[in-house]
Design a protein. Structure first.
Lengths: 236, 236
DNA sequence: CGTGACCTTGAGTAGCCTCAAGAACTGTGG
DNA sequence: CCACAGTTCTTGAGGCTACTCAAGGTCACG
């Protein structure tokens, strides 16, 4: 758990992350709050379900998955987080984390001590706004996943997933067409409510149909409109 | 839209609702914030997706469903809300509601003007805590639904749903075994990612197996342990 | 170059969906 | 209070999607 110095005010993610909407002066106050980083190796856990809650984490670099455990031992991936996204919001409710956060590549996170975040957000209205919006956005995102899991078929689910990933990567300055999946077929399947074989078959189908070029974890979007059509005009 | 006088400090839901954890003095401040109620007739909408966001709502009496619309027109029920639960949290993110809230019986809600809630929660630490916990709890709840939709079979889903309803009703002083469903088979199905026929068949199956007594919308839990076993020891 | 993890593909099957018909209930007007 | 229309619920038959089980291929890494 190496700790590094950090400053939100000079972070190139400040337009995506917690500081969104803050003025320069307020940003300086945020710098006093978010003062350390933490490294997590690929495969390592940022936190586990049951761990006491002390801080939220903002992904600085790298890629995470969060997964909840069900009663019978089987888990489910509830989300994939990339740079600028917050981890740990679920823990506020019970002062303990309710899911595992696992790094899918070597990563760095900014540590946001929660008590101090609450204190500062009582002083800085814009920070309060930003934080509430982030929590609310997480709720909206979850509703979108519920819609996906509850009413889409396999092809729609995977198309939605790929379009969502490319959109988020594009917002971070990456190519909107070429991406390298950081997660296994099984993890994608868990997130989308499918078995890994179904994910694999559906990738192959998209490949055959010229929607995607798929080579293991390297994916290139060849026909974005075709993918969007799949999502919007669901199978009969 | 009839408006009535109301006071959190004298509300018998204060242990379930926003005021959870507040001291007497702070409760009085909350009373100045939550000063009006609104009636919604069965079938009526508290708000629609796209409506500008101004207030959160706490269910005072009655029963609601929230549903999001998907691109292709089909909707999905994202939750059922009963007394003491908050509606509208999703709207904070974009200053517009992202789902419809429909009353499933004649209902009353307390109106919580959002700007004033933010202002007061900068003053009253316990209110800030309570509000953040409520948002976080919604995120945890959504993760539970994602787990249900992503990895459970029909029987597990319905058993989970019934157990969840009875638990919440019990917390409100109702019988943990007898309940009257406020929603149709189709709405249950939409929430659980099943077709209404499957919901109906699964109810019939539970009835045959002696787990439930089902007569249209009247349900009596005969074997709670049996339901729990279904949830924890999934099929095969 | 061997080992383990991950991915692809095939064959057969189970669970849920679709389509359809009829029953039970709700509420509305005579 | 009853008849009727509309909605909701139940049940059956058949079909399709995604799952299970299985085998072999690819890739990363020591």
């Amino acid at each position: 758990m190496r700790e590094l110095q950090v400053a939100c005010s000079s972070c190139n993610l400040r337009e995506l992350c917690l500081p969104l909407g803050l003025q320069r002066a307020d940003m300086d106050k945020l710098d006093t709050l978010v003062s350390t980083r933490r490294r997590v190796r690929r495969g390592g856990a940022l936190f586990h379900a049951g761990d006491p809650f002390a801080a939220l984490y903002a992904v600085r670099t790298g890629f995470f998955k969060t997964c909840v455990a069900s009663e019978d031992g089987a888990g489910q991936v509830t989300g994939f987080q990339m740079a600028g996204e917050l981890l740990g919001l679920d823990a506020i409710s019970h002062d303990r984390h309710t899911c595992d956060a696992i790094a899918l590549e070597d990563s760095q996170v900014c540590v946001i001590p929660y008590e101090r975040l609450e204190a500062l957000s009582r002083e800085v209205v814009e920070l309060q706004h930003a934080f509430h919006k982030i929590m609310s956005r997480e709720i909206v995102r979850d509703h979108g996943v519920m819609l996906l899991l509850g009413s889409m078929r396999a092809e729609e689910r995977l198309a939605t997933f790929i379009l969502n990933l490319t959109r988020r990567l594009q917002a971070r300055g990456f190519s909107p067409t070429a991406l390298v999946l950081r997660m296994t077929r099984e993890e994608i399947g868990s997130y989308l409510g499918l078995k890994l074989e179904t994910v694999s078959r559906t990738f192959s189908k998209f490949h055959e149909e010229g929607l995607l070029q798929v080579k293991q974890r390297e994916v290139r979007v060849l026909d974005e409109e075709g993918l969007k059509r799949l999502v919007n005009a669901p199978g009969v």
